[in-house]
Design a protein around this ligand. Structure first.
Ligand code: HMG
Ligand code: MG
Length: 306
């Protein structure tokens, strides 16, 4: 078993992390967060989501946010787009990458984007063509790849079926998402082994929520199968408004600590991410959900005061 030497981290905190917050977060706070994350050196930051503001009110400031961020050369700024209306907004906002998001579960597809899987692929077809015509990167995200809050079990075949359809739309990268954090390492390996028959593993990402505390183990399992792109959320923020009870993504600080211990490089400065995590947690008025982030912040404090 040889692990990748380098991993691409996609920081999803500003989008997946904040979309589920009940209190309205001022755009200035989001901006400060994205700018801090940019300075930390991420290759990719999922900053925005051009969805219906009636469905996800917290993302309604995406245009303003994208207009104001200090873009770091070398960072790809992504935005979710469910349809052409979202695509047009993302294009106008100068997103570098658009993310079409579907599901491996029919029930979740209906709840999240109000259409069947087949209908979603038809909607995405036009978005995919427009992304190519405008030379934007196209990413596909597959929710409920390891279980569904409405349907329960989801088979690897159902995941592979959506992978094939997203591949055929021309996706440059495909995310295998554990929306409700129910996956375990053996299941993660099984699904990636099956996906690898249809799409290059080096263009697949693991997107793990941490509801059952398995996300770090799942990342390790995915690394062992050859996956080298992972999503994470600063301070472990997040959750999907259409997946009740699911907690945030795996915390970025925890992933960085894991990868550093394995000698895997990311180009991301963990100290800057810890600062960003403490900043946003302070704003939200609750402690960070990152164990490594809190430990590093506490260690620094004790070093300063001793
Ligand atoms: P719909 O109601 O079927 O759409 O929603 P519609 O086309 O009938 O339009 C209804 C209204 O929404 C209209 O406005 C449209 O203009 C407007 P009205 O005439 O009523 O004033 N509208 C839009 N407004 C802004 N931007 C748009 C847009 N499209 C329509 N792009 C729709 C269908 C897809 C729009 C809706 O279901 C929706 O916005 N869903 C988004 C749900 C969402 O954002 N979920 C969270 C993100 S996914 C996630 O977190 C999972 C992920 O992290 C991976 C994982 O963990 O699994 C990615
Ligand atoms: Mg998610």
């Amino acid at each position: 078993m040889s692990l990748p030497k380098k991993v691409k981290l996609v920081e999803v905190g500003p989008r997946d992390g904040l979309q589920n917050e009940k209190q309205t977060i001022p755009v200035e706070v989001k901006l400060a967060l994205v700018n801090r994350l940019s300075e930390a050196g991420f290759a990719n930051i999922e900053a925005a989501s051009f969805v219906s503001p009636k469905w996800v009110p917290q993302m309604a400031t995406s245009t303003e946010l994208m207009a104001s961020i200090d873009r770091r050369p070398g960072t790809v700024y992504s935005a979710l787009v469910p349809n052409m209306k979202g695509f047009e907004a993302a294009l106008a906002a100068r997103a570098d990458e658009v993310v079409i998001f579907g599901a491996a579960s029919e029930a979740f597809s209906q709840k999240n984007i109000n259409c069947s899987i087949a209908e979603s692929i038809e909607r995405f077809r036009e978005v995919a063509a427009a992304a190519k015509a405008n030379r934007l990167r196209l990413r596909g995200s597959i929710s409920c790849a390891l279980g569904c809050p409405y349907q329960g079990e989801v088979s690897p075949e159902a995941v592979v079926d959506v992978v094939r359809r997203m591949r055929d739309l021309g996706c440059d990268e495909i995310d295998i998402a554990d929306t409700i954090g129910v996956g375990t390492p053996a299941k993660v390996q099984r699904v990636f082994e099956r996906v690898a028959n249809e799409f290059p593993l080096n263009q697949c990402a693991g997107h793990f929520h941490d509801t059952y505390g398995q996300a770090i183990a799942n990342i390790y399992a995915a690394l062992c199968t050859g996956v080298a792109i992972f999503h994470a959320s600063v301070a472990g923020l997040g959750g999907c408004p259409y997946a009740k009870g699911a907690t945030g993504n795996v915390a970025t600080e925890d992933v960085l600590y894991l990868l550093d211990g394995l000698g895997i490089t990311t180009g991301v400065d963990i100290n800057a991410v810890v600062d960003a995590g403490q900043f946003i947690s302070k704003h939200l008025g609750r402690p960070s959900a990152s164990r490594a982030g809190n430990a590093i912040a506490a260690r620094r404090l004790s070093e300063r005061t001793s």
